[in-house]
Design a protein around this ligand. Sequence first.
Ligand SMILES: [Ca+2]
Ligand SMILES: [Ca+2]
Ligand SMILES: [Zn+2]
Length: 314
Amino acid sequence: MKTSFRIALFGLACAAAPAQAVDIVFDYRYDSGGFFTDDRRAVLDDVARLFSGNLDDTLAAIQPTGDDVFVARIFDPVDPLNGTVVVPGLTVAADEIRIFVGARAFSGQTLGVGGPGFHVAGGSSDFVALADGRGEPGALASPPTDFAPWGGTITFGTNVGWYADDDVGTVENFAGLFDLYTVATHETAHVLGIGTADSWFAQVSDGSFTGAAATAVNDGVAPLLRDDGSDAHFDTSLRAAANGVDQVPLLAPVIPAGARRYMTELDWAALRDIGWDVASLQATVPAPIPEPATWGLMAGGLLLVGAAARRRAA
Ligand SMILES: [Ca+2]
Ligand SMILES: [Ca+2]
Ligand SMILES: [Zn+2]
């Protein structure tokens, strides 16, 4: 009788936790100013679930043993334009991408700054290759065709008003505020390599991004990049579909107040071009987590199974 109980439990676990490959983890240890209140962390959870649910890559763990050494360094989450810090003793689980977040008052109109971290690895050549490429051979190719970071940094500006949406599947009026979901999604895409990875810059030519998937989505024309010397963003003249609606690409450099923007097909296509295993070009919000009513049903079913098992045992 216990056997049937265990099978029921296993089925429940499968239903509740669909398999996902990449696991984005936001890390708040550098949030010295207390910027990340519960409602803001909930928005970042949505951003993590959006990318975790749509990127199917398998990334090796970085767990140095013996003579192997891994030292992770990041832009300082509370002062990213002026310094870097070492993350003491960081190790990285399989499929994990750890993003350290912070906040500070930027001069001017900066909403956020984001990018991948760095590292120094030493020891066996196998371990160094694993730290550099996490088992993705294209990340070690020349030129690189993939990108497999261990994580990075995002810093949000504190001199603007933020909107923390408790349901990113709906858009309401938040005039005058900046949308945390929009900006956090934009900056996470930078951590994942748009405008930052070698596999991105390997496909930049004459002010355009020449990746095949992005070009196909952009009506066969290599999408134009913002002409500011960084080649890190799409041009604001571009339009691409998000939820079937035309939108400026999320990875354009300007996000107005009061506006929600999603990852468009062009933004996802660019991630695919730089090496990510993107499941869908149409993802805009994360899949819903089970409603409390659903959980109640599941718990009820579980209790019934348990009761049946006990009865039979008796
Ligand atoms: Ca909403
Ligand atoms: Ca990959
Ligand atoms: Zn940007």
